[in-house]
Design a protein. Structure first.
Length: 148
């Protein structure tokens, strides 16, 4: 299904709010538009689970998601991500399995960028790759500081 002009405009605005894309000109995001999939989610809906293979990056357009981890039988919420933030990059960069479960905290919508598009479009742009790696490094430090 081809997105409408209004949907494309909303997607461009959302993508431009993402920290690693905010300095990119809107028209330079066009190659990414064909690969992005919009997806609604409900409160308490699992987007992906800890241990899953990393198949996509997710950008939160509306609502909120919680990032949780299981330690033995205990579930711990370690972060909440809101519009303009993203999840799923760690598994794509490290090529390891997901290290957290992402669950809808408030109903909303997200954009899914499949791994192939992430690798070819985003990671081949040096500026974007560096910004994603900086966020990834910061999140790892936060995890280590919290003893996770």
């Amino acid at each position: 299904m081809t997105p409408s002009a209004e949907e494309i405009a909303k997607l461009r605005i959302t993508l431009n709010r993402v920290s690693f894309l905010e300095t990119i000109r809107l028209r330079d995001l066009d190659p990414l538009l064909d690969a992005v999939e919009a997806r609604d989610f409900a409160k308490d809906e699992v987007i992906f689970r800890q241990g899953d293979a990393g198949d996509a990056l997710y950008i939160i357009a509306s609502g909120a998601v919680e990032v949780s981890r299981r330690f033995l039988w205990i579930k711990k919420v370690v972060a909440v991500r809101r519009p303009g933030e993203f999840v799923g990059e760690m598994a794509l960069i490290s090529k390891e399995r997901r290290n957290a479960t992402i669950t809808g905290r408030a109903p909303g919508m997200l954009y899914r960028i499949p791994k192939e598009a992430f690798n070819t479009i985003l990671m081949n742009n040096e500026e974007i790759r560096e910004k994603i790696e900086q966020v990834n490094a910061r999140r790892k430090q936060e995890d280590e500081a919290a003893g996770r």
